[in-house]
Design a protein around this ligand. Structure first.
Ligand SMILES: [Zn+2]
Length: 330
């Protein structure tokens, strides 16, 4: 007997990655699993499911089910199942019961206000099997709420679904969602939308062309203070196999709190699994900062600042010329 499954979890609990893995497992056994998602509006959205980790797979819309010959499939997988309507969940129930095809749904349980989504409501009511995919709040407790964050603040009112807005979503435990408390301090890797960090990165490196040269291939990390961007760092893998810290920037209003040190320590830790050395190129005024963090002078690149920057960079009243490289064993 086939079953209807509902696997729910908060934002960032790898639901889509799970769905893609399940489809892959079916394919490995020589079986067909159809990937589906509900169409969110009347427009033709992209027929693809994608996860935060970068995995993606083509899919069809649930709205197209009637035109698909389901006899060719051994399983249906539905991503973003919270957006299903009651009628669509009923349609899936009928596929399970009348055609004996298992249907596995992945979705959020509740919206940013803590209310059940329509799809989740009926899946909770009718699924044969309900499983939770767990993820954690910044405090370490299980995250069950999906906070909507706009301008660094947890928002508690508005439309249930916002298409193409600037909001982001963060999984929080119930207590921190209720209090609107985002992580006091956290460092996150930024994979998509790196351009938004350009103004901040320009504070540490005044050349947009130089930044463009390392931002795409480099790893960008953001330091968030109560959900607001306070600082950023970029590391790259060098041709000699060592890592290099290419940019370290802390917003003016967050300086003097040790955030720069915190970012450097974190980057040092990250590099330790991949290389045995972390380099940084800097100007004379910042040498002491890095020496305090265990870096030692390694070499000097003569005329770096005069050759690579169209405008002279003035530090302590003098134009910069040479780049001083420091290195720390990690
Ligand atoms: Zn918490």
């Amino acid at each position: 007997m086939a079953k209807l499954y509902f696997r729910y979890g908060a934002m960032g609990s790898s639901k889509t990655a799970n769905a893609i893995m399940v489809q892959y497992n079916y394919q490995e056994r020589g079986q067909n699993a159809l990937m589906l998602k509900p169409r969110l509006d009347n427009r033709d959205g992209e027929r693809v499911v994608g996860s935060r980790s970068g995995l993606s797979a083509p899919c069809r819309f649930v709205e197209e089910l009637e035109g698909i010959d389901l006899k060719a499939y051994d399983c249906l997988i539905v991503d973003e199942a919270q957006f299903l309507t009651k009628a669509q969940v009923k349609q899936l129930v009928d596929i399970v019961d009348d055609m004996d095809i298992p249907v596995i749904c992945y979705g959020l349980r509740a919206d940013f206000m803590g209310n059940l989504f329509e799809g989740s409501h009926w899946l909770m009511a009718w699924a044969d099997s309900i499983e939770e995919i767990k993820t954690v709040c910044w405090c370490g407790r299980k995250a069950i709420m999906n906070a909507r964050v706009a301008d660094g603040k947890v928002v508690k009112a508005g439309e249930q679904i916002v298409l193409g807005g600037n909001e982001s979503y963060v999984a929080l435990c119930r207590k921190h969602w209720a209090r609107g408390e985002l992580a006091p301090l956290e460092i996150r890797r930024i994979a998509a939308g790196k351009e938004a960090y350009l103004p901040l990165l320009l504070e540490a490196d005044p050349s947009e062309a130089m930044i463009a040269g390392y931002l795409e291939d480099g790893e960008l990390y953001a330091l968030l203070s109560n959900g607001k961007i306070a600082g950023a760092a970029v590391i790259v893998l060098r041709e000699d196999g060592a890592m290099e810290l290419k940019n370290l920037a802390v917003r003016r209003e967050y300086r003097g709190r040790g955030y720069g040190e915190m970012l450097v320590r974190h980057m040092t830790k990250l590099c330790a699994t991949r290389s045995d050395a972390l380099y940084v190129g800097t100007s004379p005024a910042n040498v002491g900062f890095y020496e305090k963090l265990g870096f030692e002078r390694a070499y000097v690149e003569k005329g770096f600042f005069t050759e690579n920057y169209p405008e002279p960079i003035i530090e302590d009243g003098k134009p910069l010329t040479d780049m001083i490289y420091l290195m720390r064993r990690v």
